[in-house]
Design a protein around this ligand. Structure first.
Ligand SMILES: Cc1cc2nc3c(=O)[nH]c(=O)nc-3n(C[C@H](O)[C@H](O)[C@H](O)COP(=O)(O)OP(=O)(O)OC[C@H]3O[C@@H](n4cnc5c(N)ncnc54)[C@H](O)[C@@H]3O)c2cc1C
Length: 317
């Protein structure tokens, strides 16, 4: 491809969740003419949930897909070009002011002075057919997001790490009883978190225990657990099942180009959205394994656009 036929952009945004769209709104209003590629999940993780009750500005709550369509419309109102497509390869410049090369769908190259990465993280699920069928009907991968819908009710959580332990104690504060399923005969969580779980009277930890089947037709009504040592199966009545077995940040294509932590989350510098390369910024869950909320993702999307705008200004000076 000749260099003259390659599209040159001031700002390319990769990913269309709350972080990407918020970055797009700010970048578009700053005349950066952003182009966004949506990836395989236009709208991001919130399109997999029915009700979002905790995003400020929606007193009655809103369903996730509708909220994401509204964010898209807001970004497009200011001129953001939203395109369906996956970033499949990147070749980032190490020089200030250099062109960052991004390949879309293995066949189109775009060059951008600034790239805002908002590719999110994907929650891991167990992969059982009954679990997949009941996602959004009582099966959730986010206790902080959806726990409130099960207040005063019996729920279960699967996982053994710090996040699972933290989410179990979070649920214990609002739900009646929490059954925690741990696959091994010990928890991976820190000793401090284990003690918190053990000292919470309404959490029952079931070691050597896995999900055999989630019970219910339209909504979760119960759980069939199996002891992986004795193979004994036990049914319990629950209305919510929380899967807390980890997330995978969507950063495979950035490996070897950008600094990441051991789990693959992009590292940003201090209180900024700057990565280790000039002109490349990251926002949302792809760089945040701590909070993982739509509002924090949106906030960091704003930061990424402001950082990108300031970077462009320094190039013009
Ligand atoms: C079931 C569930 C319910 C939730 N409920 C709530 C809630 O009620 N309230 C709340 O605040 N939070 C909730 N969350 C968390 C919230 O969805 C996330 O924190 C938020 O969506 C993160 O936004 P993001 O923009 O960083 O990434 P994401 O929403 O993960 O979006 C990532 C985007 O990147 C795109 N992408 C990935 N790879 C590529 C690529 N190579 N090229 C181009 N695009 C790419 C994807 O297609 C997607 O559009 C929930 C999460 C889940 C799973």
């Amino acid at each position: 491809m000749s260099d003259t036929t390659i599209e040159k952009l001031k700002c390319l945004i990769i990913g269309s969740g709350p972080a990407g769209y918020t970055a797009a709104i700010y970048a578009a209003r700053a005349d950066m003419n952003p182009v966004m590629y949506t990836g395989m999940e236009p709208g991001g993780q919130l399109t997999t949930t029915t009700e979002v009750d905790n995003f400020p500005g929606y007193p009655e709550g809103i369903d996730g897909p509708t909220m994401m369509v509204q964010l898209q419309q807001q970004a497009e109102r200011f001129g953001t070009k939203v395109r369906i497509g996956m970033a499949t390869a990147v070749e980032f410049s190490h020089d200030k002011g250099g062109w960052h090369k991004v390949t879309i769908d293995n066949n189109t190259e775009v060059h951008a002075k600034t790239v805002i990465i908002a590719t999110g993280a994907t929650a891991k699920y167990l992969g059982l057919p009954s679990e997949q069928r009941l996602r959004g009907g009582g099966v959730s991968a986010c206790a902080v997001c959806d726990g409130f819908f099960y207040r005063g009710q019996d729920v279960a959580i699967v996982g053994a790490g710090d996040t699972a332990a933290e989410e179990a104690t979070y649920l214990a504060n609002i739900c009646k009883n929490v059954t925690m399923l741990v696959r091994k005969d010990y928890m991976r969580a820190s000793k401090a978190m284990q003690h918190r779980v053990e000292n919470t009277p309404n959490i029952t930890v079931m070691y050597n225990t896995e999900v055999d089947e989630v019970l219910g037709d339209q909504v979760v009504e119960g759980l069939r657990m199996v002891n992986n040592q004795t193979k004994e199966k036990t049914d319990i009545a629950i209305t919510g099942l929380f899967i807390a077995i980890g997330h995978k940040p969507n950063t495979d294509i950035f490996k070897g180009q950008l600094d990441m932590d051991d789990a693959g989350y992009l590292i940003t510098m201090g209180k900024t959205a700057k990565t280790n390369l000039p002109g490349v910024f990251a926002c949302g869950d792809v760089q945040d394994k701590e909070y993982r909320q739509a509002i924090t993702a949106a906030g960091s999307g704003c930061m990424a656009a402001l950082d990108a705008e300031r970077y462009l200004t320094t190039l013009e000076a």
